[in-house]
Design a protein around this ligand. Structure first.
Ligand code: ACO
Length: 310
């Protein structure tokens, strides 16, 4: 046991990857399952806010882009559930825990998409925040998660660019289109900052996850990085970020920004956001409607395995 523990500690200290068959502390396994499952649930639930716009996309080109993006998110979710399975988790159980409210998904997907500008802002800000958070996860200590993250980040980068390009097109349009973009930015800016999680001073998991190199940066570090990269992009787009306290601080070499309403994050995580009930109801309905597909796939696999096969 001492040998196994030492091997694990050496793997972490020397920046090598922990692989599924390696011994790992129970707490490490539980943390990885928790984070990967939440991440997978977020990708799947995250299909909903934008998916609602597929039938209402303004042009064929926009529809093709949006379809591809939402499909990518389904792929990310399945990829991540597979990574969770390498830790011994059962996909059906994880889904059940989500539906019972025993596992979380990202707060950001509990906000409504009111206009097509929201599709652009989700790409620019939400996927932009996801990239800030997930690029360091490509160096996360658990091998299957880190490797999944490489492909996911490449696709997220396409998502972010399509959002920015959509917003740039709208900003070059009519006054009504520009107002639509500004309205969407006003609604999504603060929830996007909340995506990074609670402040470091009240993040129960960060210290342990940093020591295990699951997380490479703290929530506040990544939030600051996101603000710093986004401010110049907003300037080029010609939109105003809705924070009167946002300004460059030459001494810190970072932007200062106003206080975040943490009670809102708490409320949304706790189920009280504007769309929580709807998101879970749609997810539950999709799961129930898909039961016949799971049954058929299981029957097909059993048939292929033949008598005595499993
Ligand atoms: N939405 C919902 N729950 C959140 C959020 C959020 N924005 N931020 C933090 N939480 C939860 C945590 O999951 C944790 O809950 P739990 O302990 O009951 O499981 C609790 O709040 C306390 O937070 P932390 O101690 O800071 O938790 P953690 O160290 O796991 O950090 C973070 C949270 C940054 C989200 C981390 O889990 C992470 O990097 N996850 C991977 C990325 C991810 O899941 N992104 C969501 C998808 S984004 C997209 O698809 C566009």
């Amino acid at each position: 046991m001492a040998d196994l523990e030492e091997h694990f500690e050496r793997t972490i200290a020397s920046d090598r990857r922990v692989e599924p068959r390696d011994w790992m502390p129970d707490g490490y396994r539980a943390t990885m399952v928790r984070q990967i499952a939440q991440h997978a649930h977020s990708e799947i639930i995250g299909m909903q806010p934008e998916g609602e716009w597929i039938t209402r996309a303004p042009t064929l080109r926009r529809k093709a882009i949006l379809l591809a993006k939402v499909q990518d998110e389904a792929g990310h979710g399945l990829y991540l559930y597979s990574a969770a399975e390498t830790l011994g988790a059962d996909r059906a159980e994880l889904t059940e825990m989500l539906l019972q409210g025993r596992q979380k998904y990202s707060s950001i997907f509990n906000y409504p998409t009111r206009t097509y500008a929201d599709v652009g802002v989700i790409g620019w800000l939400v996927d932009g925040a996801a990239i800030c958070n997930q690029v360091p996860l490509c160096r996360s200590s658990y091998g299957p998660y880190a490797r999944a993250m490489i492909r996911i980040c490449k696709e997220e980068s396409f998502h972010q660019r399509q959002g920015y390009e959509l917003l740039a097109a709208m900003m070059a349009g009519t006054a009504a289109q520009r107002a639509m973009v500004q309205g969407a930015v006003d609604r999504w800016w603060w929830p996007a900052l909340m995506m990074f999680g609670p402040p470091d001073t009240s993040s129960p998991n960060t210290a342990r996850s940093m020591a295990w190199k699951i997380k490479r940066h703290t929530n506040d570090e990544l939030r600051q990085r996101f603000v710093d990269v986004t401010v110049p992009q907003a300037r080029v787009l010609g939109v105003t970020l809705p924070d009167p306290e946002l300004r460059w601080n030459a001494e810190r070499g970072h932007h200062d920004f106003g206080p975040i309403d943490w009670s809102e994050l708490k409320r949304v995580i706790g189920g009280g956001g504007p769309c929580n009930e709807r998101r879970i109801a749609v997810r539950r309905a999709a799961h129930e409607d898909g039961a016949w597909v799971r049954e058929a796939a299981t029957a097909h696999a059993a048939k292929r395995a033949g008598p005595g096969g499993s």
